[in-house]
Unconditional design. Structure first.
Ligand code: GLA
Length: 353
């Protein structure tokens, strides 16, 4: 397998992490609140600028090399679309590039709801920013990454993942208002540890279900005569519940989830971990019952985690229909609780173990 000639010492190295969302699911494309945290796993790119307009990409994970010419990006090329989307969107936004060789390697597992695609977009944008001196701040960079997904890859995602990959760290949750893009870091209490367990069931946001949820929200907002579901409060729920099924339940999830994010920020600041745990559990119930983005494998993992004595609460994290769960545990107990959940799950027949 030919590997692009990354001459030692000449490559520009850039990294970006995956993310796990503590709470605030399917609120971002409704103009609401989210609370993601960066995970230790990162995507790394090594960029070497070229004199011509050629882009040569080697993916260590796919063990595959592909190439194209700037200005001739063409959709439908699988994983290469994330790279092509980045160069096309940069050009469309007036950023001048030359060709480059790039080697991509990622520790963020694909399809596990931990934003491997945002980590790729953000790390590549960082590498190109450095290689070509692009005037791009971290928020603008995240917005471009999101446009790669919506305008090129064809996944109508919100802004949470790219903002998290661009701005979050592991010690604080990024409290983001996706309507105004105002954000604040809320430190994670020392007494708490986060656990993430991958169900092993991969999801795909360019595929149907995520798009359907998004369309349902837009339809409900227009029927309720608001710009976005963010504009509704719990007082509007009786009106929302009179909409045709399942729109009322979709609205109820978004409205109550936004309130849970605000309450979780208060709980983190007060270091009230039992309260945070209740909010995580309630979020899962709402995602499973009202928003219908969970699957049996995930429901089981969440239930097993919730039964662990040192776990405060647990929920499905990310877009759903597969992916991972997040649980908040007592500091020092996370690894044990996670091992316990995985062991019990593996013993159950037909449950994705
Ligand atoms: C995916 C999307 C995000 C967000 C979540 C659900 O991760 O990329 O924008 O909508 O799903 O909260």
């Amino acid at each position: 397998m030919p590997i692009p000639t990354i001459r030692p010492g000449t490559a520009i190295l850039a990294r970006a992490p995956g993310r796990v969302n503590l709470i605030g699911e399917h609120t971002d494309y409704n103009g609401g609140f989210v609370l993601p945290v960066a995970i230790p796993q990162q995507t790394t790119v090594e960029v070497v600028p070229r004199e011509d307009l050629r882009v040569r990409v080697f993916s260590a994970d796919m063990n595959e090399e592909r190439e194209y010419v700037l200005g001739q990006e063409k959709e439908g090329q699988g994983w290469l679309d994330y790279v092509q989307g980045v160069t096309l969107l940069l050009a469309k936004n007036g950023y001048l590039l030359r060709g480059f060789d790039v080697r991509i390697g990622s520790e963020v597992p694909l399809g596990s709801g931990l934003s491997s695609s945002a980590a790729l977009e953000v790390s590549l944008l960082r590498g190109l920013r450095q290689a070509f001196g692009l005037q791009l701040d971290d928020v603008k960079l995240a917005l471009l990454g999101q446009k790669v997904e919506t305008d090129f890859v064809g996944a109508p995602v919100g802004i949470m993942d790219q903002m998290a990959s661009s701005l979050a760290d592991q010690k604080a949750a990024l409290f983001l208002d996706t309507r105004t893009m105002q954000h604040e870091r809320v430190p994670l209490p020392e007494g708490m540890e986060l656990i993430v367990i991958d169900s092993g069931v991969a999801h795909q946001h360019a595929a149907g279900d995520y798009k359907v949820r998004r369309a349902e929200c837009e339809r409900a907002a227009s029927m309720l005569k608001v710009n976005q579901l963010r504009d509704l409060t719990e007082a509007d729920l009786p009106k929302a519940m009179a909409l045709p099924e399942p729109l009322g339940r979709r609205v109820r999830h978004v409205v109550t989830e936004n309130a849970r994010v605000l309450a979780s920020v208060d709980a983190l600041r007060a270091e009230d971990l039992p309260r945070l745990g209740q909010l995580l559990n309630a979020s899962h119930e709402s995602q499973s019952r009202d928003y219908e983005v969970s699957i049996p494998e995930i429901d089981l993992l969440v239930k097993l985690a919730q039964q662990e004595p040192d776990v405060y609460g647990a929920r499905l994290t990310g877009g759903g229909f597969g992916g991972s769960i997040i649980a908040a545990a007592k500091a020092g107990s996370g690894a044990k609780a996670a091992a316990q959940v995985s062991t019990i799950q593996a013993r159950r027949p037909n449950c994705g173990g």
